[in-house]
Design a protein around this ligand. Sequence first.
Ligand code: SAH
Ligand code: SF4
Length: 382
Amino acid sequence: MTVMEPIIATTEPQQRINLLGLTRGQMEQFFEGLGEKRFRAQQVMKWIHHHGVLDFELMTNVGKNLRHKLAQCAEIKPPDIAEQQDSVDGTRKWAVRVEGGSLVEAVLIPDGDRATLCVSSQVGCSLDCKFCSTGKQGFQRDLTAAEIIGQVWLAIDSYDAWQPGKGRVVTNVVMMGMGEPLLNFDNVVAAMSLMTDDIGYGLSKRKVTLSTSGVVPALDRLAEFSDVSLAISLHAPNDAIRSTIVPINKRHPIADLLASGKRYLDAQTDKKRVVTIEYTLLAGINDQPEHAHELTVLLRDYPCKINLIPFNSFPNSGFSRPSGNAVSRFWKVLIDAGFVVTVRTTRGDDIDAACGQLVGEVVDKTRRAERYRAQYALEAPQ
Ligand code: SAH
Ligand code: SF4
């Protein structure tokens, strides 16, 4: 299905359409399908995404008849929260139960007057990056647009922060939870459009970031549908290393991936934008000074900033986290070559898993929250 494909309204009560994940265009089509005016779309979307209202009866500027009609054929249904955990440092993590019972995770990382929400796009992941616990779980299914945007809705709702003036609970979103967003293209694009739409969550396109491990054909299509910030999970300075840790590299090697990322930037109206290059440092694999030097050559003249993520270990990963010295050495080579580099390193020496590992196992709650903070506290665009 393409993003703008018409949504067929149904009057079957058992087939209620979930309005939570509909984009502005889809919502307008929905109302037209009901024989209603398009402006109803805006009214209802504001109730859902600005005020957190799920009950049509509470939508006071929608006439009684229409409210009744909506209740017959539609619903507004966010996913359930299976578990919520708070860290002493303010990080909040949700295990989100989606249709069918699977769990995905969303994490909110406050940082001064910003708060970055890390959102999942799939249950599991098929790409099997060797250092990623989500990859080890395999792939179950794509999340729907409602389940993706539902994570933003839930985050705001859990702080009961729908009233204007309460401060923004979510200022940035990174598509860096479980799953590969570009393999769930239509639903991710739809959800991101709701994030940036002013009758959705109204976030600036610079404050929503899609991270990909390199689905080049999908990345080539992205600029046609979206203008959010882009992060590329590079993790290696050459194809030989990358292919061993990021299997999709065998299909779409580094040169193709970087070229695709550059085309994405070139398609944007704002010419000052850069790609965030994510580089997970794995001891003895990609963290040596020669790798850093090779990276400086690879990315010379590439419009990017680099985010170094020391590996977050988990049981039986087969990898280990580099020492602080190794990280500093690597960082210095890049800085000396003139790159903008951020390192996420202070948390999580004791962390035991990474990248959206499913809830359910018994892990000390504070440590889990700490782990996620270390995992996801990537430099979010200002
Ligand atoms: N699938 C997308 C987004 C989700 S993963 C992607 O791969 O880009 C978000 C980031 O966390 C990616 O850069 C990923 O490579 C990184 N990551 C995964 N497992 C990790 C681990 N154990 N330690 C550090 N970073 C990890
Ligand atoms: Fe999937 Fe990203 Fe994990 Fe790779 S790093 S397995 S693409 S979630």
